[in-house]
Ligand binder design. Structure first.
Ligand code: NAD
Ligand code: UD2
Length: 309
């Protein structure tokens, strides 16, 4: 097993490709399974230790082949856009739930145990809004995206109890960093604001800009994922991934202005219907189980790295 690769589903995407870089730096071989729907070949380095399988997690045969001979799996492949799941619940379900189930079955058959799963703060819906949300907060999946993430968590738990899989479930809050795709209006706000600021294009804030999010720089997330891959044992229960820090969009814009030395025109428009006002992770479980970089990457440093400064 010494050279057995780590399988990263969705490895050509934003978080996945940052993880692939870190895995290679630590000497791992990597296999990526990605259908390149939002991921890009160019996100992956030219390295003989990276094998890219262009295929779909909804295709059971393809997943079986990808899992064969792997040491562990990081399951990131999903349609990551909530809006896409609202527009096409059936289509996204194939990736976001059937994909997870295919993976569980393939791992059971191949005897591969460890799997890290990218769940989302979306499973809480509006519950816990305005507080630091802990993992026991009642779940309120309000969209097909959130329903598939929560159902995936339950399937992984079933395979843990029934078949000895070792799932580690992470509920990501707002992750940002290089290679986050800004091209959709529903892309991560930092990717949109920084791209527009760099190009001198006007920036639209939906609402008064006082809404807050718990932003985590992708390299800090990757550090946690590495520890979860290498831990001798897994602990039960999903883990929130955030800093327990609230940053408003107005504070974010001020930080971008500091880093770039100014901002293009900023307009304030109607808030998005259903937008959550404040989202912040209680990260007590995260810091108990894993070591976040000390100190974690601050917003200005993260923005500077993202902007290549
Ligand atoms: P991304 O779109 O950059 O990455 C997703 C990757 O999965 C892409 O490379 C895409 O091509 C691939 N993919 C999609 N459907 C697939 C399929 N059916 N088969 C194979 N590959 C497929 O998005 P990301 O932000 O890197 O998200 C990674 C994971 O983290 C996703 O599961 C997402 O739901 C989750 N997540 C992200 C955030 C965030 O802040 N970015 C927050 C919560 C959860
Ligand atoms: C995040 C996730 C989403 C889901 C949700 C769960 C991302 C990209 N989205 O949505 O998938 O998990 O959390 O709660 O990770 N905004 C603007 N102008 C813009 C774009 C956005 O003002 O051009 C606002 C937006 O209205 C919101 C805030 O910025 O108030 C953050 O938006 P987001 O899409 O980055 O993230 P969020 O938390 O709404």
């Amino acid at each position: 097993m010494a050279d057995a690769p780590i399988l990263v589903t969705g490895g050509a995407g934003f978080i996945g490709s940052n993880l692939v870089d870190a895995l290679l730096a630590r000497g791992y071989a990597v296999r990526v399974l990605d259908n390149l729907s939002t991921g890009k070949r160019e996100n992956l380095p030219q390295d003989p230790r990276v094998e890219l399988i262009v295929g779909d997690v909804a295709d059971a045969g393809c997943v079986r082949r990808a899992v064969q001979g792997c040491r562990a799996v990081v399951h990131l492949a999903a349609v990551a856009s909530v809006q896409a799941s609202v527009d096409d619940p059936f289509g996204t379900h194939q990736s976001n739930l059937i994909g997870t189930l295919n993976l569980c079955e393939a791992m059971r058959k191949a005897g591969v145990k460890r799997v890290l799963f990218a769940s989302s703060a979306a499973v809480y819906g509006n519950n816990g809004e305005g507080q630091a949300i802990d993992e026991d907060t009642p779940k309120a999946p309000l969209t097909p995206y959130a329903a598939d993430k929560l159902a995936s968590e339950h399937y992984l738990d079933f395979y843990r109890r029934q078949h000895g899989l070792e799932p580690v479930v992470f509920r990501f809050f707002n992750i940002f960093g290089p290679r986050q795709d800004p091209s959709s209006p529903y892309s991560g706000v930092i990717s949109i604001f920084t791209e527009r600021a760099q190009k001198g294009l006007p920036i639209a804030v939906f609402g008064d800009g006082e809404q807050t999010r718990d932003f985590l720089y992708v390299a800090d997330l990757v550090e946690v994922l590495m520890q979860a891959l290498e831990a001798p044992e897994v602990m039960e229960g999903a883990v929130n991934v955030g800093l327990n820090q609230a940053t408003s969009l107005n504070q974010l814009l001020a930080a971008i202005s500091d880093v770039l030395g100014g901002l293009p025109e900023v307009s304030y428009q109607a808030a998005r219907p259903g937008d959550i006002r404040h989202s912040r992770a209680n990260n007590a479980r995260l810091v108990q189980r894993y070591r976040l970089p000390e100190p974690p990457t601050c917003m200005r440093e993260g923005l500077a790295k993202l902007l290549g400064l």
